[in-house]
Structures are given as C-alpha cells and as structure tokens.
Design a protein around this ligand. Structure first.
Ligand SMILES: [Zn+2]
Length: 110
C-alpha cells in the first residue's frame, strides 16, 4: 500500500473540509444583513444558520478523523484494525481512508 498516496489524499481532503467549515461558520455568524424584521423570515434565517452550523460541525468531525489517520500513518499503525488488530483491506482504506475498523468489525459495530 502506498502510504504517501493515502497521506496526500487525506491532506487534500482536509484542506477542502477546512475551507468549507470556515466558510459556513463565517456565513452563519457574520451575516452581512441583520435578521429580518419579519418574524417568519427570521425563523427561516435562523434555520439556515442551523444548517450551516451543522455542515461546519460535520466537516470538523471529519477533519478530526483525518488528523487521527495521519497520526496513525506517522506511528506506523495505519491500516491496522483498532479492535481486532487485523490488517484492513486496501480497497476499504482507499474508499474510507480514515477508517479504524476492518470490514468485519465495522459490520459488527453497526
Ligand atoms: Zn477488526
């Protein structure tokens, strides 16, 4: 398995997520216009802000997973199942590069 390729994929994905997280956080918290005077409009605007925050927090969660995967690469334990110690199949790692479980353990934890 080419770890430098995985590392590059993870780093690129993290950069995209960081851009998305900071943009959505900015949109939600530093809106240019004040909230509308109309109550129904306000409700819609607040809902939009909630959606933006949700997107930002999901992105942040994925960033955490990526950071942990990069640490595992550095520690030389990348691709080892954190539950049973088996080697995680390369295809699975390519599809979900920050997974910590082999396909069997992932199926059990569902
Ligand atoms: Zn396992």
């Amino acid at each position: 398995m080419d770890l430098s390729l995985i590392r590059q994929q993870l780093t690129e994905r993290r950069a995209a997520l960081e851009a998305r997280a900071s943009k959505t956080t900015r949109d939600a918290s530093h809106r240019d216009e004040p909230l509308s005077a109309d109550f129904a409009e306000q409700a819609v605007e607040r809902e939009n802000d909630d959606v933006l925050r949700e997107i930002a927090s999901e992105a942040q969660h994925e960033i955490d997973l990526i950071n942990r995967a990069l640490k595992r690469i550095d520690a030389g334990i990348y691709g080892e199942c954190s539950r049973c110690g088996a080697t995680i199949a390369e295809q699975r790692l390519l599809a979900v590069p920050y997974t910590t479980l082999c396909v069997n353990c992932a199926a059990e934890s569902d």
